[in-house]
Design a binder for this molecule. Structure first.
Ligand code: SF4
Ligand code: SF4
Length: 440
């Protein structure tokens, strides 16, 4: 091996040492994902959450770095084919990428629908293959990586920064590139601040996000912050307690099955029918749904936010059922149930524009240009769990002086996880679940 050329094992070690994880979802450690073998690697640039723009902005501003990371990833998994899946409406980005795509690569323009970025839908749209229920893309010889993940592989340095779009009820919707560990309030401030008095924030997006307090840190997996008024329907839905959801669901569900008819996993032929999970609320006094298909819910929220004419929350019922099934150790037996895509799959894709209207987001600017200004916070908060797997173990103590990029936490030996690095220089304080760095 000549100097400057890395073996696959060395490259995987560097990706692990740099703490690269899936930047657009659960934060699966990238060095583990890229240890798979696959014929096809797909760059997931679908970005279907309403009002988010960060993947498109990264691709526009840093196409070489993203494609360099994607090419390295393709070599690691032994892919014969590289695919960039991006919405066809981003014609300028596609034109820019076109001449740079490697010889074994192609760009697949995707529909502007939700959830185009769901891995199962993306793999189906690109290859025509259906990932079996409960499996992951390598089951059909595919690996899917997020745009920012590819950017991080291309950077080949410790992951200390995060791209995210801040949108909704803010003065200037924007995509930021900021140190990991700044707070939600700081991110909203960089977008000009909230335009409503009783602002609430959703981390990750309107459809698949989570309510976040202003002092919550931005982590490696946060793709966006959406600000809405506390009285907004979407916020009220996220705040509804489980007991209310279950009680109203049991009495008001008319079993129209619209939730099932819209469910993207059902339409792929997976054995999930949310209306049956809703029905189960009536059968058990405890209101604990346990219909076996619930475990295949991808939590896209389409059934709740778009389909249900009664404004019920089948998604939360399925998620609750999924947890019940996991706790009971109940699993679906794949061989017993053949699957195939429903003929209606293409007719039932939900245009993002319709979703935006239905969610009451049409009054917000649907844009997020990358802010070309670096932000230097006085303090960052680095949770020890920003990835799938076990929390990382701190390798620093109170008072340790750190430079940007120094390791602050590592996965326990043999545990699934990712390294965490200082995103600013400063002095650290270590708590049970986080490392806090105050700038020097
Ligand atoms: S769409 Fe709503 S009312 Fe219809 S079956 Fe599903 S949960 Fe019940
Ligand atoms: S959230 Fe609803 S529509 Fe989405 S996968 Fe789950 S059951 Fe299906």
């Amino acid at each position: 091996m000549s100097a400057g050329v890395s073996t696959g094992a060395q490259l995987l070690d560097r990706i692990a040492a740099n703490g690269v994880v899936g930047a657009g979802g659960a934060g699966f450690p990238t060095h583990v994902k890229l240890a798979s073998r696959a014929d096809c690697i797909i760059l997931n640039a679908a970005e279907c959450e309403p009002l988010l723009h960060k993947d498109k902005e990264i691709l526009w501003h840093y196409p070489e770095q993203v494609l360099a990371g994607l090419t390295r990833a393709s070599e690691l998994v032994g892919a014969k084919e590289i695919v960039v899946g991006i919405k066809g409406k981003y014609a300028e980005v596609i034109d820019r990428l076109g001449p740079m795509v490697p010889p074994k690569g192609r760009i697949v323009p995707l529909s502007d629908t939700y959830p185009a970025g769901d891995e199962f839908i993306l793999v189906y749209d690109v290859t025509g293959k259906i990932i079996p229920p409960g499996k992951i893309p390598p089951a059909v010889s595919c690996v899917v990586i997020n745009v920012e993940t590819a950017w991080n592989i291309g950077a080949d340095t410790p992951v200390t920064e995060k791209f995210l779009t801040v949108a909704g009820a803010v003065r200037s919707p924007v995509t930021l590139r900021v140190p990991i560990g700044i707070t939600v309030a700081e991110a909203v401030g960089l977008a000009g601040g909230a335009t409503v008095a009783n602002a609430r924030a959703l981390i990750g997006g309107v459809m698949m996000g989570q309510l976040a307090s202003p002092d919550e840190p931005i982590t490696k997996t946060c793709g966006g912050v959406i600000v809405l008024d506390a009285g907004h329907t979407v916020i009220r839905r996220y705040e509804a307690p489980w007991k209310t959801i279950a009680r109203i669901g049991a009495s008001a569900c008319d079993q129209c099955s619209f939730c099932t008819e819209f469910c993207p996993r059902y339409l792929l032929g997976h054995p999930i029918e949310p209306h049956k999970t809703m029905r189960s609320l009536c059968f058990v006094e405890s209101r604990e749904p346990a219909v076996i298909g619930s475990q295949f819910c991808c939590e896209c929220n389409l059934c709740t936010m778009m389909a249900c004419p009664e404004d019920l929350d089948p998604k939360s019922v399925c998620v609750h059922g999924k947890r019940q099934l996991a706790a009971a150790g109940r699993e679906w037996e794949a061989e017993a149930h053949p699957y195939r895509a429903e003929l209606q799959l293409n007719n039932r894709r939900i245009p993002t524009s319709r979703l935006i209207v239905k969610l009451g987001l049409a009054r917000f600017k649907n844009e997020g240009p990358l802010l070309d200004r670096r932000y230097e916070p006085e303090r960052v908060i680095l949770p020890l769990k920003q990835h799938a797997g076990a929390p990382a173990r701190p390798v620093v103590v109170d008072g340790t002086q750190l430079e940007k990029g120094d390791v602050v936490a590592q996965p326990e030996d043999g545990a699934l996880g990712a390294a965490i690095h200082a995103s600013i220089a400063g002095t650290c304080r270590v708590t049970e679940d986080r490392v806090i760095i105050t700038g020097s």
